[in-house]
Design a protein around this ligand. Structure first.
Ligand code: GRF
Length: 218
């Protein structure tokens, strides 16, 4: 991972407010909360929002004293659901939206409210293995290397300017569980680090210049 060394000389900064969007177990949300508690991230979690009622992440957030909201996904009226989601995030005066295992695509209307401040973590070296089963897909493909990507979010699935990546070797006897455990360990370090950089108004050196033009097609 490439990091701007001038960040080490940065002075005190205002703390950013985060919304962490989840759908499942919430291990990345927990890792982020723990990193914040250790003083490693210049931000605080203002709210944890789930699109799934009863998601384990909600209990884990509540155990940590974090505000939680559920906005159940409504397939029949997706725009109305997304409007409610945006309203909940905005109501908490959020600067940065962190997708931490959030299994929904967000529209341009949502993303435009937090431009270049919606970030996702994905368990592959994007653009390889986009989608919901990146770990299974990497194993099925016989990949010898996969990894973790943290990227800004656009309207496509697991797509947008890459902020940080870290490779993870795949061993021939890896199972889904063993590989996932190593990927999670990387995610839990990389996501808080990138959120800290964003909170300070800085992003890591990008492997390619930040493309502010229209989203690409896959
Ligand atoms: C992580 O592997 C993340 O990369 C992907 O979804 C998973 C969420 O795990 N987008 P958790 O809910 O944070 O444990």
């Amino acid at each position: 991972m490439m990091v701007d060394p001038s960040l080490d000389r940065a002075g005190p900064v205002a703390r950013s407010r985060l919304a962490v969007l989840v759908s499942g177990t919430g291990s990345n949300m927990v890792a982020l909360a723990d990193a914040i508690a250790r003083g490693e991230v210049a931000a605080d979690i203002a709210v944890v929002v789930s699109d799934v009622a009863g998601a384990p992440a909600l209990d884990r957030a509540a155990e940590r004293g974090l505000a939680t909201v559920t906005v159940p996904f409504d397939r029949a009226d997706r725009p109305a659901w997304e409007s409610r989601l945006a309203a909940e995030v905005a109501a908490h005066d959020v600067d940065i939206v962190v997708l931490a295992g959030f299994m929904r695509i967000l529209s341009g209307a949502f993303l435009a409210r937090w431009p270049e401040r919606v970030v996702n973590v994905h368990p592959s070296l994007l653009p390889a293995f986009r989608g919901a089963d990146a770990v299974g897909d990497a194993l099925a493909a016989g990949a010898s290397v996969t990894g973790v990507t943290v990227h800004l979010v656009d309207e496509l699935v697991d797509h947008g300017p890459i902020l940080a990546q870290e490779a993870v070797d795949v061993s021939p006897d890896d199972t889904r569980d063993t590989l996932l455990a190593r990927l999670h360990a990387v995610e839990h370090r990389l996501l808080p680090h990138v959120v800290d950089l964003l909170a300070r108004g800085r992003v890591p050196d990008l492997p390619t210049p930040l493309d502010r033009s229209r989203p690409e097609t896959p």
